[in-house]
Design a protein around this ligand. Structure first.
Ligand SMILES: Cc1ncc(COP(=O)(O)O)c(C=O)c1O
Length: 405
């Protein structure tokens, strides 16, 4: 079969694939515990549902402007003012099919073939593939000091004449690390000085713990004119538990938004009006669900970290936000794919191999499920890996006896 070079170079989405595998095993009746997921389990806010139901009832569901319906742009403008203290105009905003599409059309709008996009590792699985889709070169940067907190000098060293953009995702998927205000200030200043695009993927910015305050990249920008190359990306998927609604957005200079809009117009057109209406409801509605999700996640994080710390030899960095913990399991197996498969086969626990996020030896464990899933999942993992754990394990009525060390 003759398929394109680009098409063949793009790998399957590891996380989506795991969701599929877990669903197949569950359908077979296997007692799967999914600690690999990337979506909160809470319900979408009522305001989102009411907002879209009203429109659905009219039975007149039409095309939308390629850059989003005016009411969603207005809601995004209000959101940007409230959380970033920055007043932008409708021409500075594009609404897309998820933050994913907003990032993708942004990269398509700015990257030429062979140009480079830098992002710290561990990174969200889609960044490298998105860069490749633009025939550009992804350049992951592993922090030299072995932490999940990049330093400007790590990034600076990788910037060359082909560098076009930097992507920063804080709080970070998969590490849960929230980068310091000093780092954000440094990277904003650095990108401005070097004329680089800086894409801030802020999709988890309200899901932070231990009384942390969200960090606002605009606080550190000297250039807030239409020449600014700062791009702010956000969406409803995580904070409002609305992953299936597929609405995200970007805020940037008007020329860039115009080009992104042209690309999106031919790619997908504007997102479904029903889903945009739901996003308007969520953004403008009562915000209690966000805080309640945040509190639940913080509690889940505490339980997970405590349980992981009871393993011998695992290195755990306490997540500052998100719903992921990225733990170093290399003491058990340096090959994270093999390890994740072993856990799935032996005890039906889904985790995501660290190698997918650019760091081998780690597993990403999600804490967006129930406490019961977290506790039971970790107990099963411990039984599989830690020789110091009890020899017997019950999965439902099934009694397992460990016959390996
Ligand atoms: C870091 C990061 N950015 C963007 C996205 C995409 O979000 P959306 O559902 O809005 O496309 C995700 C989803 O997992 C993510 O983890």
């Amino acid at each position: 079969m003759s398929l394109s070079l680009i098409g063949r170079s793009i790998s399957e989405s590891a996380t989506l694939k795991l969701n599929e595998t877990a669903a197949i095993l569950r359908d077979k009746g296997d007692p799967v515990i999914h600690l690999g997921g990337g979506e909160p389990k809470s319900r979408a806010p009522m305001d989102a549902l009411l907002s879209t139901a009203g429109l659905l009832n009219t039975a007149e569901i039409r095309y939308t402007p390629a850059d989003g319906i005016p009411s969603l742009k207005k809601a995004v403008i209000r959101y940007t003012e409230e959380y970033y203290h920055r007043l932008v105009e409708p021409e500075n905003v594009i609404c897309s099919g998820g933050a994913k599409q907003a990032i993708m059309v942004c990269l398509q709008a700015i990257l030429n073939p062979q140009e480079e996009v830098i992002f710290p590792a561990p990174y969200w699985v889609s960044y490298p593939e998105m860069a490749k889709l633009c025939q550009a070169i992804p350049v992951p940067v592993i922090p030299e000091d072995g932490t999940f907190y990049p330093r400007l000098q790590d990034i600076e060293e990788r910037v060359g004449s082909y560098t076009k953009a930097v992507i920063i995702n804080s709080p970070n998927n998969p590490s849960g690390a929230m980068y310091s205000a000093e780092f954000i200030a440094d990277i904003v200043e650095f990108c401005e000085k070097r004329g680089l695009y800086l894409i801030m993927d802020d999709i988890y910015h309200r899901l932070i713990f231990d009384n942390r305050k969200p960090i606002n990249c605009y606080d550190y920008a000297k250039d807030l004119s239409e020449n600014s190359k700062l791009v702010l990306v956000n969406g409803i998927s995580k904070q409002y538990a609305m992953t299936g609604f597929r609405i995200g957005w970007a805020v940037a200079n008007k020329k860039l938004i115009e080009v992104m809009t042209n690309i999106q117009a031919h790619q997908t057109s504007g997102p479904s009006v029903l889903l945009q209406r739901a996003a308007v409801g969520a953004i403008n509605g009562v915000q209690t669900s966000v805080e309640s999700l945040r509190v639940t996640l913080e509690n889940n994080r505490n339980v997970l970290v405590e349980q992981l710390n009871s393993f011998d030899g695992i290195k755990v960095t306490k997540p500052d936000g998100t719903f992921y913990c990225f733990a170093d399991f290399s003491v058990y197996d340096k090959d994270s794919t093999r390890l994740a498969h072993r856990l799935l086969e032996k005890v039906q626990v889904v985790t995501v191999p660290g190698v997918e996020f650019g760091m081998e030896g780690y597993l990403r464990i999600s804490f967006c499920g129930s406490i019961k899933d977290i506790t039971e999942g970790i107990e099963r993992m411990k039984w599989t890996l830690d020789p110091n754990s009890p020899n017997e394990l019950y999965i439902g009525d099934r009694k397992l006896i460990r016959d390996w060390t």
